[in-house]
Design a binder for this molecule. Sequence first.
Ligand code: HEC
Ligand code: HEC
Ligand code: HEC
Ligand code: HEC
Ligand code: HEC
Ligand code: HEC
Ligand code: HEC
Ligand code: HEC
Length: 439
Amino acid sequence: MARQLIDTGFKDVYVLKGGLREWTRAQFPVDIKLVHKRECVSCHLDVTPGIVSDWQLSMHSKNMVSCSVCHGVFHMSEDDVELAKPVEPEKCGMCHEPQWNQFKAGKHAKAWKAMKAVPAAHWQPMLLMEGMKGCGGCHKIGIKTIDEIDTLREEAADFGIASCDSCHTRHTFKKAEAVHPRACQTCHMGFDHPQWEMYSSSKHGVRFFLKQENVLPEDAAAPVCQTCHMQGGNHEVRTPWGFWAIRLPLPQEDAWAAARKKILQAMGILDLEGNPTERFEVVKELDMARLTPEAWQQEREKMIGTCNKCHSVNFAKGELEKGDRMIRKADMILAEAVDIVAGLYAEGILKKPERYVRPFPDLLALHEAATSIELKLFHMFLEHRMRAFQGAFHNNPDYAFWYGWSNLRQDLTEIKEMEKELRKKKQKQTENCNFQIQN
Ligand code: HEC
Ligand code: HEC
Ligand code: HEC
Ligand code: HEC
Ligand code: HEC
Ligand code: HEC
Ligand code: HEC
Ligand code: HEC
């Protein structure tokens, strides 16, 4: 949308249509100069000096977006602190409409709901979820409804609802911070999505850091996370395969189709007959997988276009197809392991946890799985399968091979060993039982 100069009486204040003036009118029916006369800053220079100095560094302070524009004018002393307004992403959106609209349409916006949709989420301590010290600390990037915010503020957290400050942190709110790959690091790291580790030690990342250290010249080519995932500054993030690397429809009947079906069943997205379940509806609603060939292809083309800024289309296509083939390889191994555990349930050798809806392993029970063999299966699924294909896509040979593929192979071997042990144990029990009956 075109920017529009709104006459606020201040020099160089450019805000978007539907911006500052309408916004302040709607939210805080006070004259902007009046707001500014109130002494938030002078008192907060003592109360929270770091916040004031960050705000002074921001474009906001230079454009008369004062404390009260975001937090309101109702709190004015130490006795009425609770009247300071929370800042939801909608508020940023009133002046930054394009970014807000893009953000709303992308995957980040869904993060809070996605976290809550995982069955195991409900068995975790509140502190780590709504308290934002664990899952919630990353998934807070997602949009929360007004009801969710009210409950949060009553029960768990007064803050963590702004979403936009995930990449340009308060109160500097700098574009420069958000374009640096470290802006993604806190969340895109670790156990099941080590994109930071993979990227920073890939050739792409190494070149980026060499530029920072002035070994390579500033305009040497080196893509960062944002080059590939926020093309042209677009705040709508989404990848072809997504986090789970599942997509529909299944390919023509072949070995991969069978393996993928089994994984979708173990995720509870398809039932044992292969029909969509209630979890499929969640996948659809939260955009967790591309559900048509076109939707997938569109994202893939976008990615190839990005690689093509530096590489040939031929090179890029070939590299991305290697990532697809890595998913295939990993799926085949995971499916074999799912089969083993499902078989043990079916034969009554392993007791299926009561809370599983179907007589099948439930991968979304995560670390709450009941036995060592089921926990091994969880690690295959969420740690090692992820690393194998994410490592391939992020051009990190060590992650794809040693942290990914090699571990998958070891997991399968261990699962087979455990299966043997469990069967032996069961047989012994049966023999003992028969012996007792005979005597
Ligand atoms: C007379 C001093 C004073 C003035 C004026 C003042 N504040 Fe505060 N403000 C405080 C104190 C004290 C706290 C509590 C700080 C703490 O918990 O350490 C606070 C806390 C806050 C908080 C955090 C609320 C929370 O729940 O922790 C925000 C946001 C805030 N002020 C914004 C503003 C804005 C906006 C204005 C101007 C409209 C303003 N303040 C004016 C003293 C002041
Ligand atoms: C009342 C209007 C208003 C509100 C509300 C507002 N901004 Fe801004 N913002 C501006 C103006 C004006 C600028 C100056 C740059 C420009 O012309 O767009 C700016 C600049 C920015 C920039 C670019 C800074 C740079 O380094 O180039 C970011 C990022 C930003 N705002 C984020 C936010 C976030 C996040 C929120 C919500 C927490 C927010 N803004 C709320 C008006 C607003
Ligand atoms: C505060 C944590 C946080 C930060 C910071 C963050 N992300 Fe995310 N990101 C998430 C979460 C959580 C999801 C999963 C959301 C969902 O799909 O429901 C996600 C999803 C994504 C996806 C979509 C993957 C898919 O399913 O297709 C991409 C791409 C992405 N992030 C890129 C980035 C980039 C690039 C940055 C830095 C500029 C970044 N993120 C910063 C938490 C974060
Ligand atoms: C370190 C930050 C972090 C923590 C902690 C975290 N997540 Fe995530 N989560 C992410 C990121 C980042 C993504 C997207 C990664 C990707 O696409 O590779 C994600 C993806 C997801 C997705 C897939 C979303 C989708 O729409 O595809 C779900 C569901 C999820 N997380 C649930 C959880 C739950 C439940 C917990 C706690 C048991 C948790 N996460 C802990 C950062 C985190
Ligand atoms: C562009 C909008 C914006 C402006 C302007 C702004 N804030 Fe904030 N402020 C935020 C956001 C976003 C948060 C985080 C809210 C959350 O986490 O839910 C926040 C949080 C806070 C907090 C509580 C969190 C903490 O780190 O202690 C205080 C105190 C605060 N602001 C004070 C101020 C003061 C003082 C000013 C003016 C110097 C100011 N803010 C200007 C957006 C703004
Ligand atoms: C995943 C990280 C991430 C999140 C979350 C995020 N931004 Fe950004 N933002 C960026 C990046 C990267 C850029 C730089 C884009 C570019 O290259 O022009 C940016 C740039 C901006 C700019 C400056 C645009 C310009 O060209 O001057 C504004 C304003 C902005 N964001 C507002 C927002 C608002 C509002 C939200 C919440 C709805 C938000 N951002 C959430 C990463 C993020
Ligand atoms: C050179 C381009 C490029 C860079 C740089 C890059 N990625 Fe990716 N990213 C990809 C590709 C390609 C995929 C797989 C796309 C698909 O699904 O086909 C991907 C996938 C993802 C996903 C979805 C899950 C996965 O890993 O497959 C997330 C989340 C993500 N990237 C985040 C990041 C973050 C965060 C960074 C920076 C630390 C980053 N990426 C750097 C190209 C890149
Ligand atoms: C901004 C430019 C740029 C973009 C965009 C980019 N790359 Fe690269 N890429 C490079 C540079 C430079 C190297 C280092 C070349 C070398 O290793 O000699 C590199 C190296 C690689 C390598 C290491 C193997 C090799 O040839 O040495 C692979 C694989 C790769 N890129 C794939 C991709 C894919 C896939 C995409 C898109 C998802 C992509 N790149 C996007 C610049 C880019």
